[in-house]
Design a protein around this ligand. Structure first.
Ligand SMILES: [Fe+2]
Length: 235
């Protein structure tokens, strides 16, 4: 039977199998759709801004020591401010920077020029050693951001989780001991860097690992400002 098939096989089949053997890796094209965008930006001259923010944030904690309970763990010492800090002139410097970055994003993303991305809520979190933030999303807005005010070594990376949960239905085996291709990641972690801002989709699940800093006193605190952006018609 095998012999008969071989004899009846038309010539062009043999040619096709030859050309398949000659396929180069470059012949296989890949296109990425539905990407998850994480913007990052290092603010220029952040040192003076951060020094001012650290003072303002500790002052706010002294004024409102209990804060609010969100993704933080107050019982572990994590403090979360109320969410209207953008209305407080003390934080106007950071608000201006966020507004400027938001305008850049609107241009990059082709958003309608009659609309802007406006800060709807803004807050601060202080994570002393041992505290962290549970996985969460930010409902009701488009983009969310974090600005690192103070980020000592080992103070906790932020982790973003693949939003395509279907993608985790079947686990693929990758070559052991190698870094898998970025296109195949199902989570990504960012080291916090003072003066750096990250902006990510509000629907993207994220958490913060425990602060394991060994710095002394308040120098060990991981301090952030965070905000939510929504589209609003320009006046
Ligand atoms: Fe968050």
């Amino acid at each position: 039977m095998g012999h008969k098939v071989a004899r009846d096989t038309p010539d062009h089949v043999a040619v096709d199998s030859d050309s398949a053997a000659r396929l180069s890796d470059n012949a296989l094209k890949v296109t990425r759709y539905f990407p998850t965008l994480v913007f990052s930006l290092d603010l220029p001259d952040s040192e003076s801004l951060n020094a001012h923010l650290i003072e303002a944030i500790y002052a706010e904690r002294a004024r409102d020591d209990s804060g609010v309970n969100k993704s933080n763990f107050p019982e572990l010492g994590s403090w979360h401010s109320h969410v209207r800090l953008h209305k407080d002139d003390t934080f106007a410097g950071l608000v201006q920077q966020v507004d400027a970055v938001s305008d850049m994003m609107c241009r990059k993303l082709g958003y309608h020029t009659s609309y802007r991305l406006k800060i709807g809520t803004m807050w601060s979190i202080i994570n002393p050693p041992g505290s962290s933030n549970r996985a969460h999303i930010h409902p009701g807005c488009i983009w969310s951001g974090v600005y690192y005010v103070q980020a000592p070594k080992n103070s906790g990376r932020i982790e973003f989780i693949d939003p395509r949960t279907q993608n985790m239905m079947t686990q693929v085996e990758y070559i052991p001991g190698t870094r898998r291709p970025r296109n195949c990641w199902t989570k990504v972690r960012y080291q916090p860097v003072a003066g750096r801002m990250l902006i990510f989709p509000s629907w993207l699940y994220h958490s913060v690992a425990p602060n394991r800093s060994r710095a002394k006193g308040k120098d060990a605190d991981r301090i952030i400002m965070s905000f939510n952006l929504s589209q609003e018609k320009r006046r």
